[in-house]
Structure formats: C-alpha cells, structure tokens
Design a protein around this ligand. Structure first.
Ligand code: HEM
Length: 459
C-alpha cells in the first residue's frame, strides 16, 4: 500500500531494465503487448530514472484521459517531439493550449467540414486518374505515398485555403521536421541539439524553409483574404496579432501550422493505407466495399449527402482503426499523485494508454487478432464499454480533426474502390512501424486493375 492507499502495479524486475530499453527502441509494440499479457491491466516498468505506468483497461483510459484529465499533461514522446515541433495544439499545455484550441476548433465544426467535401472528392478522383496511369503501364505503385501527398494537399486547401503543391520543397521539409520529431522521441531527447550531426543541419534547413513558406502564406493571405475569411491561417494571423514580439508571433504561427498539418495528414493516410492493406487480404470485404460504393454513388461524383449511406465503409474503417490505430499510444505525465483503478500513480510518473493493446483486449474483443468489420455493425447491440475503442483519444484532448479525418478516409477508400481493384504484391507483408503514427513499414506497393464488367453488374 502507498500513501494514497493505492497498490503498486506489478511489473518486470529492475534488472530487466536494459533489455526493456533495447526493446523500447527495437520493438515497441512487442514491449507493450508483452507487458500487458504478462502482468495484466496495470503494469509498472522502471527504465533508468523513468517510471512507466501502462494502463490497459477502458476504465483506466477514461480516468486518465477524461475524468481526471486535469491531473495529466502530455507525456513521454510529446515532450521530446516539442524540440522539433515547438508549441502547437498537440503538445502545448494550460492557458496556451486553451487559447489555441479556441482559435482552431471552430474551423473543424461539422458543418464547415461538410462544406469542404467536394475538395476531398476532387482530390480522390484525381488520385484514381493517376493510379489508372500505373494500371496502363502495368507497374506497381506505392499507394501509401500517393495517399500521403493527397491528405497533405487536402489539409492545405481546407485549413489554409492554400495550394501547398505550389511549394516544391514543402513535402521534403515537412518530412525532415517529422523525422527529427521522431528521432527526439526515440532518443528520449537525450542527444544534444548543438552536436554537429548531419540530421541537425537537415532539420534546421527544413525548418528555415517552412518558416519561409509560412511567411509567404501569411503575406499572401493578408493581401488576398480567403473566400470564407475564416480558415485556420486567417484565424492564426488574427490571434497572434496582439503579440508585440514579431519573432514570437512568427514562431507560434509556424509551430501551429506545422503541428496541424503533421497531426492531420499522416494519421488519415495511415488509416486509409491500413484499410487498403487489410482488405486486399480479405477480398470478400474489398468486394463488398466496392458494391456499396457502386450502389451509393453509381457512376456520378460522390457528395457529402452520400456519407450516411456508406455504412459498411464506416464499419471497415472502425475495425481497421481498432487493429491499427494510427495514434497507437497516448502518453501523459501525472502532475500530482493519483489512484488509477486502485493503483497508486506518483506525481511525475509517465502514464501510457496504448490503443494498440487496449483495442486487442481479449475481455472486450472476441478473437481480437481477427479482422471482422461486423464488430461495428450498428444494428447489432454491443455491451462493449465506450472506452474500449478510442482511435481518436478521449476527454479534452480528443482529436480536433476527427470529422475531417473520417470524411477524408471514407471518400478516399470508397472512391478508389468504386473505380479500381487494388491488389497487394504477392507475398508482401506490411510491418507496423510505431512512430509518431502507426506507419506501414515499407509503404504499400500495389498493382492497379479495373473491375471486370461482371463485378460491376453483380453490384
Ligand atoms: C483518422 C485520422 C485521425 C486519427 C486516428 C487521429 C487521432 C488522434 C488522437 C488519438 C488524438 C489524441 C492525442 C492525445 O490525446 O494525446 C488526436 C489529437 C489531435 N488531432 Fe487527430 N487524428 C486524426 C486526424 C486528424 C486530422 C485530419 C487533424 C487535422 C488537422 C487532426 C489534428 C489533431 C490535433 C491538432 C490534435 C491535438 C488536439 C489537442 O490536443 O487539443 N487529427 N488525434
């Protein structure tokens, strides 16, 4: 028993720390899955000075993320990523976070996002055409990389009312900042930033390039207001205008924009990528998705009003995010002592809620490794606790872009599969890479085929 009356969670002995540290770098998913299957819903792991508390029960997730969220700051990983990303909505705390969320949230409201549906549809149809060129040339294409540039472009149009494609270097610079954020996370921020490493030079160059791009976007927006007059860029310009120090205002703007683009594009691309990968292994699901898209859209251009009828597509996306949650881990740091599910959590402890393991908890998911979209059939009542499935997080730090992410993923998957049959390369196994998001290691090379006439008439 401890001072708070809570018990100390079980966990591996201290002497295992070195092996665990190695595993933390080499096999994070294995480390988390192994810990919860060996020790249960609450595990305490001491690695050097860091004490990690892993909680793997829906009630624990509810307590930490929602009910007692005020006692938790963002934790391990986010703190380190901050060295590359600065203080954006994902990593900031307290009054700054509240102000940022107030500024940005209105742009993500359901009806405003709905007004952008056609932008996404246009991009998805453009992707179909690009993929058709690969079909004609009979060469495989990395569908993931195509989707990743699509989701970045969509965010540029929707959030900034800007064409990011006009800046040739943006993808590259963005990638370098993201890579640095991951490096900081992996090395727990222990590598000094002044070391003359090549990666630091690449990172600084990339950040300077993004500064330049943000500067241009701001100057353009001030000169030419956007049609809606209410995109994120316009709102940020207004909210940083009261900042007397221009350098601080510029930095804030850059941090916010880079964070939003980063938080929004890779997560959505990863959802679509994992979906296409899973359904290519389950052709019966892929064919049903195709049939649904044909039944709902016919041959015409998809519209926002079609979305509620894409029920099966939604079930498949939910099941994909159960097995491969793009945000595979949520980390928090306890501000004060707490008791979670009867276990003592000391102030300063690193608390980990891992959607990847929670979504495979055998008490809540029968045969958890099996891909089965029927789990999310809205016509079948379920006694599953709400917090057993949290791909968008929970509580005050719940994903601000969830409607947008779902709308994008739904349109991209259904439009691609209405028009094309995508096959993964024989024998290819995609390995999950748990980085900032749960990446598809090696990308997603696929071959592109038309649907045979018989497939379409069967629909
Ligand atoms: C399917 C796609 C997406 C998934 C699965 C996803 C998942 C998540 C999760 C789990 C969190 C909570 C992180 C935490 O509690 O530590 C989060 C936060 C966030 N997401 Fe998303 N996200 C997606 C799409 C988007 C999009 C399209 C945007 C748009 C820019 C976005 C922007 C953000 C931001 C800014 C936060 C931080 C919110 C805050 O702390 O107040 N996300 N996301």
């Amino acid at each position: 028993m401890t001072a708070t009356g809570g018990r100390v969670p079980p966990g591996p002995p201290r002497r295992a720390a070195l092996g665990l540290l190695r595993k933390l770098r080499a096999d994070r998913l294995g480390l988390m899955s192994g810990a919860v299957s060996e020790y249960g819903d609450a595990v305490r792991v001491a690695i050097g000075p860091k004490k990690l508390y892993i909680f793997n029960h829906p009630d624990h997730a509810k307590h930490v993320l929602a009910d007692n969220a005020a006692n938790y700051h963002k934790g391990i990983g986010y703190t380190e990523a901050k060295r590359a990303l600065g203080d954006g909505l994902l990593t900031s705390e307290g009054a700054l976070w509240e102000e940022q969320r107030r500024t940005i949230q209105p742009v993500f409201q359901h009806k405003r996002i709905a007004a952008q549906a056609d932008v996404i549809v246009g991009e998805a149809l453009g992707l179909v055409e690009r993929l058709r060129a690969h079909q004609a040339a009979r060469r495989p294409v990395d569908v993931l990389s195509e989707i990743t540039s699509l989701t970045l472009g969509v965010l540029g149009s929707i959030l900034l009312a800007a064409d990011l494609g006009a800046f040739e270097s943006v993808g590259h610079s963005f990638e370098a900042v993201q890579d640095q954020a991951m490096f900081e996370m992996e090395t727990l921020g222990l590598v000094p930033q002044w070391l003359p490493l090549k990666r630091q030079r690449v990172f600084r160059r990339a950040r300077a390039d993004l500064d330049r791009i943000v500067d241009i976007l701001v100057v353009q927006r001030k000169a030419y207001p956007s049609e809606s007059g209410d995109d994120v860029l316009t709102r940020l310009i207004a909210s940083t205008a009261k900042e007397s120090d221009k350098a601080v205002a510029d930095r804030r703007m850059r941090d916010e924009l880079v964070t939003l683009l980063l938080a929004g594009h890779e997560t959505t691309a990863s959802t679509v990528g994992w979906t296409l990968n899973l359904v290519s292994r389950h052709p019966e699901v892929r064919d049903r998705l195709h049939e649904e898209a044909v039944a709902v859209y016919g041959d015409r251009r998809p519209t926002y009003e079609d979305l509620p009828r894409l029920r099966y597509t939604n079930m498949v996306l939910q099941e994909t995010m159960r097995l491969f949650p793009p945000v595979w881990i949520l980390t928090r740091r306890a501000v004060r002592d707490d008791v979670v599910g009867g276990y003592h959590v000391p102030a300063g402890a690193e608390v980990l809620i891992c959607p990847y393991t929670l979504h495979r908890h055998p008490r809540y998911w029968a045969d958890p490794e099996r891909f089965d979209p029927e789990r999310f059939n809205p016509d079948v009542p379920s006694s599953r606790p709400r917090y057993a499935h949290i791909p968008f997080g929970a509580g005050p730090r719940f994903c601000v872009g969830n409607h947008l992410g779902m709308m994008e993923a739904t349109f991209i998957v259904s439009t691609l599969l209405r028009d094309l049959r995508l096959e993964r390369l024989p024998g290819l196994r995609v390995k999950p890479e748990p980085m900032l998001s749960l990446r598809l290691g090696g990308g997603l090379p696929m071959t592109v085929h038309p649907w045979a006439a018989a497939d379409r008439s069967a629909a």
